[in-house]
Design a protein around this ligand. Structure first.
Ligand code: ADP
Length: 195
């Protein structure tokens, strides 16, 4: 399954919880990039300039990284992918990766929240964790990219009938409960008939 949402919507927090409950690996492209930046790897050095500006890392780099990660043993029996795909080109790439591994997407979970709430959450997080891309100008740019590019990704999955939308506002536990309840709905059945 995928989890998609604007920056600050709580994707990382909810992914950890969902993956534990479902017993599948949680894979976050943002976390992989940040680990590489921290480790000073060639991938990290390449990605850092984009991340710090709030831009997408080029598809050529991101696609390869995701393909390699999804081929690892812990992902072959299911995974929860957070942060990918963010562009329609990445949707095509993921379709290809899944087809080559005989895998299908069960559900795409979208966490929703209002922009001003997101900016305020991220500015608050900036004081605590100091992520290099959590300053107001970069946050607003990341939000613009989400609206300009990633919402088209969400629309594609809605057309396929596999989209589940959950309100990301409120207490963390409440959001998790909403997510788990929405996953109990027969999203997959409608996906098959919706194709
Ligand atoms: P957020 O959703 O809060 O912006 P993430 O931790 O998911 O943060 O991602 C951080 C950064 O990593 C992004 O701003 C982008 O630079 C890069 N990144 C993550 N996933 C992708 C992707 N699928 N395509 C391109 N760049 C990505």
């Amino acid at each position: 399954m995928l989890i998609i949402g604007p920056p600050g919507s709580g994707k990382g927090t909810q992914s950890e919880r969902i993956s534990e409950r479902l017993g599948v690996a949680a894979i976050s492209t943002g976390d992989i990039f940040r680990a590489n930046v921290k480790g000073g790897t060639p991938l990290g050095l390449e990605a850092k300039k984009y991340i710090d500006n709030g831009d997408f890392v080029p598809d050529s780099v991101t696609n390869k990284m995701v393909r390699d990660r999804l081929l690892q043993d812990d992902a072959t029996s299911g995974f929860l992918l957070d942060g990918y795909p963010r562009t329609t080109c990445q949707v095509d790439e993921l379709d290809d990766i899944l087809a080559s591994g005989d895998q299908v997407l069960s559900v795409v979970l979208q966490l929703t929240a209002d922009d001003e709430e997101l900016v305020s959450r991220l500015l608050h997080r900036a004081k605590e964790t100091g992520r290099s891309d959590d300053n107001e100008a970069v946050i607003r740019h990341r939000l613009d990219l989400y609206h300009g590019q990633t919402e088209a990704v969400v629309a594609k999955y809605a057309e396929r009938g596999i989209l589940a939308q959950v309100d990301g506002l409120g207490a963390i536990d409440d959001v998790t409960d909403r997510v788990m309840r929405s996953l109990e709905q027969p999203v997959k059945a409608s996906a098959v008939s919706g194709r």
